[in-house]
Every structure is written in structure tokens, then in C-alpha cells.
Design a protein around this ligand. Structure first.
Ligand code: SF4
Ligand code: SF4
Length: 394
């Protein structure tokens, strides 16, 4: 196994972490105990020492806790779980959730504790107002929380604001070769590392979409360039992430012992700098085909931003493209995130008044107001529009 050092704690962490959310049975809210035992034991035996779960993954903490206890493996891993901060209405909710998590996980401490899914600075400010900073300090003092961080699915604009809102030990961001300009993106990865934080990566294969169902032309590019350990889109995708020195660890939601073995084999060989100019060129070429399948040629450069009416222009276009490249639901889901719909100032395509201030800045010469109308027609049709507006008014 390849290991990397968490710059804040000095912990030696396996470059490959186990995302426990996808343990078989998760879709029914009943993770399978036998599958969990098989996956977790394969992971730990192969050298993986970081396990990630969350309060909000139904049944997951309990199964992970029971499995670690049964296999006597708790002391061999760093255990990560997450606070459902949106459900915390009063200060004593922090203890209530955390005590329940310790019980479920059958442990007396959490090595890496995260605020789950921060999408805007306002969410952190809200729990800060409830006194979470004092609560974290007290838990750290008692040794019940070792490292504190957050997982993030908001916009590139909001990410540095969240980074600077507290003295975090680590963060967890979505990152892969197709998302260099989406959410925290490459700029966010570098900004977090520059602040001396450990950076953990989720969605290194975009929920599996960079592992299977690639456009045929992209698959052909990878096949033609196959060599060494780079023989599958999974190997290319994971290796691309590991090639970044700012990355401490990436999480993979492995669903079988075989998958653990496959990914671990790649992790052993995908060392820093193991992808040179030519390999990176292959990924760019494949990405070119993936993006060609895209309907709007937006590169996410953000030169058109900020929009005076608050539209998240690259976010809207990325979601629109995803709705064709993957599925309409994926696009809508991405659109909900990119438009920060859960906040008081959503950044919807429908905010656009057609002033044209953005268009002259676009190096791709995209007719932005016109294409935003396409986005609205596809991702904000009648019923979705109604739901979005209702959410915004809440
Ligand atoms: S045309 Fe629309 S997206 Fe562009 S700056 Fe004006 S309001 Fe914003
Ligand atoms: S300037 Fe053009 S290419 Fe760049 S983010 Fe805006 S729309 Fe996309």
C-alpha cells in the first residue's frame, strides 16, 4: 500500500481509503453485515487504514462499528464519520448526535470528524452561532475528536470562505479529472493544501461514471495507451488523482473484496509523479472526447463571473452537460448544488436578466444568456421550477 502523511497530525494514512457508504444493501438502508466483514477485512489486511462513514448513511455506522469490533480491527484504522449539522437546532444536539455515533461505532473516539456536506458558508455560521467551536474544543480536549474537518459540495467561490472560517485540520472535496473546475476544483485543492490541511478526495471516479459508460472515443484513447498499471479507465482515473501532491488520500466506495484488491494494486503503483506528460496528455485527450459529448463547450474558467444577478454560470453549464452525458437526474442534482438552492440567495439560470455583461468575457464565445435559457428549459421545467422556488422561499 502507498501511504501519505497528514500534514496537520503527522498520521500516516493509506492513499486509498474505504468509503463505507456503498457497502451492499445501502440502497435499502440495510448494509449487509457479511459483505461489510468481507470488504473491511480485505481492506485492512491489504493496508488500508482509513474508513469513512456518516450518521446519515442509513444503518452504516452500526454495521461498521460491529464489524470492526468483531474483527478486532478498530485500533488498526483511522475512523471518520460526520455530524448531520443541518439537524442540530440547539447546542445540546451536538452531544446527542455524537454520543449516539460513538455508541453505534463502538468506540470512545473519532479520528476524523466532519461537518457533513457544507455547501455554503452560512451553514457553518449557523452552527457556529449555536456554539460548535467551544464544543469541538471540549471534545478535542477530552480526546473524543482527534481531527476536525468538513466535506464540501458547494461552489468554487464559497470554498475559500469556508476554509478560512475556522482552523480546520482537514477537508474532503469532490475531485477527478472531469471536475477540475467544478465545486472546490483544482484551485480549491491547492488552496486547502497551501493552508497546511490534509485533503481527502471523494468521487475520484465521479460516482463510477469515469469507470464505465465512457463515450466510445474516450474508451479507445485509454485502450490504445494502455501500459503498466494503466490498463483500465479506473486505473487512469485514480492515478490521475494520486498524481497530485496536494492529495492526502482518496476514498473509493468499494463494494467487494475483489474491488478492494484491484484498487489496492493500483494504489501501490500510482505514486506521486508516476504519470508524466504523455500520460496526462492521454487523460486530457480522453477528457476532450468526454467533453465533446457535452452540449455547451464551457471550460469552467469563470472569466464570465461574477454575474451581477448571482447566476452561477459555469455551474449551470456543467449541470446541463452532465444531464446529457450521464442522466437528467444527475444534471438536476448537480444543478441543485451549483445553484446553492438551499441558501437565501440561489444562483439559478432563471436569475439571468439577459444584460449580456458576461458574454464578452467568455473565451469560448458562448452566447451565455441564450444557453442559460436552454439550461432553464431542461433543468428547471415547470414542476422542478416550482420545487426550486418553494425551497428558495423556505
Ligand atoms: S446576461 Fe445573465 S448571466 Fe450574464 S451577467 Fe447578465 S444576468 Fe448574469
Ligand atoms: S467564460 Fe465561458 S467558458 Fe468560461 S466559465 Fe464562463 S461560460 Fe464557461
Amino acid at each position: 500500500m502507498q501511504y501519505r502523511i497528514d500534514p496537520k497530525s503527522g498520521n500516516r494514512i493509506s492513499a486509498l481509503g474505504l468509503g463505507c457508504m456503498r457497502i451492499p444493501g445501502f440502497a435499502l438502508g440495510k448494509p449487509d453485515a457479511r459483505a461489510a466483514a468481507s470488504i473491511i477485512s480485505a481492506a485492512v489486511e491489504t493496508g488500508i487504514n482509513y474508513l469513512d462513514t456518516a450518521y446519515l448513511y442509513p444503518g452504516n455506522e452500526a454495521v461498521v462499528g460491529a464489524t470492526l469490533e468483531k474483527l478486532s480491527m478498530r485500533d488498526r484504522v483511522f475512523l471518520a464519520t460526520k455530524l448531520p449539522h443541518a439537524s442540530c437546532k440547539r447546542a445540546d444536539d451536538f452531544d446527542r448526535f455524537f454520543d449516539e455515533q460513538l455508541r453505534r461505532l463502538r468506540t470512545d473516539h473519532i479520528d476524523y470528524y466532519l461537518m457533513h456536506n457544507i455547501t455554503s458558508p452560512g451553514q457553518w455560521e449557523r452552527v457556529r452561532g449555536l456554539g460548535i467551536e467551544d464544543w469541538i474544543a471540549a471534545q478535542k480536549e477530552r480526546g473524543r475528536i482527534r481531527q476536525i474537518g468538513f466535506s464540501f459540495h458547494g461552489s468554487a467561490v464559497d470554498f475559500p470562505v469556508v476554509l478560512d472560517a475556522y482552523d480546520w485540520d482537514f477537508c474532503q472535496i469532490q475531485y477527478n479529472y472531469a471536475n477540475e473546475h467544478y465545486q472546490a476544483g483544482t484551485a480549491g485543492l491547492k488552496a486547502a493544501a497551501w493552508r497546511g490541511m490534509a485533503v481527502f478526495i471523494m468521487e475520484p471516479l465521479l460516482g463510477g461514471r469515469l469507470a464505465t459508460k465512457l463515450p466510445r472515443a474516450a474508451q479507445r484513447v485509454f485502450d490504445a495507451a494502455s501500459h503498466g498499471h494503466l490498463t483500465t479507465p479506473v486505473a487512469w482515473g485514480l492515478s490521475w488523482v494520486w498524481n497530485h501532491p496536494e492529495v492526502t488520500m482518496l476514498l473509493s466506495g468499494m463494494t467487494s473484496a475483489e474491488q478492494v484488491a484491484d484498487n489496492a494494486r493500483i494504489a501501490c503503483r500510482a505514486l506521486l509523479g508516476s504519470m508524466g506528460k504523455s500520460e496526462l496528455g492521454v487523460v486530457q485527450e480522453a477528457l476532450g472526447h468526454i467533453e465533446q459529448a457535452n452540449r455547451i463547450p464551457c471550460t469552467g474558467c469563470s472569466y464570465c463571473m461574477p454575474c451581477p444577478h448571482g447566476v452561477n454560470i459555469p455551474g449551470c453549464f456543467a449541470a446541463y452537460n452532465a444531464s446529457f452525458a450521464h442522466s437528467w437526474f444527475t444534471g438536476v442534482q448537480q444543478y441543485f448544488t451549483a445553484s446553492a438552492i438551499r441558501t437565501g440567495s440561489p444562483r439559478l439560470a432563471s436569475n439571468c436578466v439577459g444584460c449580456g455583461a458576461c458574454t464578452r468575457h467568455c473565451p469560448q464565445r458562448i452566447d451565455i444568456p441564450e444557453r442559460l435559457r436552454d439550461v432553464r428549459r431542461r433543468l428547471q421545467p415547470g414542476p422542478v421550477d416550482w420545487v426550486l422556488r418553494a425551497m428558495a422561499e423556505r
